[in-house]
Design a protein around this ligand. Sequence first.
Ligand code: ADP
Ligand code: MG
Length: 274
Amino acid sequence: SVTLPKPKKRRMITIANQKGGVGKTTTAVNLASALALQGLTVLVVDLDPQGNASTALGVDHHSGIDSSYELLIGEVAAKDAIQSSPHSERLFCIPATIDLAGAEIELVSMVAREGRLKTALSDEALEGLDIDFVLIDCPPSLGLLTVNAMVAAKEVLIPIQCEYYALEGVGQLLRNIELVQAHLNPALHVSTVILTMYDGRTKLADQVADEVRNHFGDAVLKSVIPRSVKVSEAPGYGMTVLDYDPGSRGAMSYLDAGRELASRTKSETESVAR
Ligand code: ADP
Ligand code: MG
């Protein structure tokens, strides 16, 4: 008799917040790196035409290569668009090129325009690939790219910057998540909230953190990401902060956050507040 490999319980997580500069991309690549260090295999899908996640993971994303754009319009299979990150054998990326900038408009007239990423990243499409986590890095908008990410995944992770107006726009984000949940993806829920760019010297940062914890309860990771120059320098070297400066506070906090994220069970992520 043959022993079939146990099917993986792959977790697919959309990292979304329509506000720019809150740490979506930084969180996507550093959490991915942290999970890979734990022995998990991670695929980052870059859905931002800026391609910052691709840059930070050190993968090629020049215009014309097989990327998330070709994936969405159905010109390439996920397996053929995946690149490996040079810093870890367990870290992979489907890069974004500038070609993705037009996709938001091109998708409007396409069949099943909201479900294209879901199809492209389905179990069948990823069959045979040993992937534990798929992290989708969204652009700073609630357009069709983000909707595609919310239809593909069950979990949403919201990074919130510990700054003025931190919760501005979060209500709108939650309403959009509810709409997608009601009409396109009943399993969608906010599983995780991560506090980023925390500056312990300011009262404001603590006020924001308290407010976010009151609002989202256990969905908020205990690990808080500090504001740190190392974190912002790393992408310039095509690295995550875990490779760039493993001993730094930024690296340690993302490592902790990754452990916390991985240790959460399915039932836990579904019972937390929305
Ligand atoms: P988003 O993807 O939401 O637009 P980014 O992850 O690109 O946000 O972060 C915005 C900017 O803030 C980037 O320049 C990034 O390097 C910087 N940044 C993110 N997290 C930190 C941090 N913990 N400490 C310092 N700078 C950070
Ligand atoms: Mg980004």
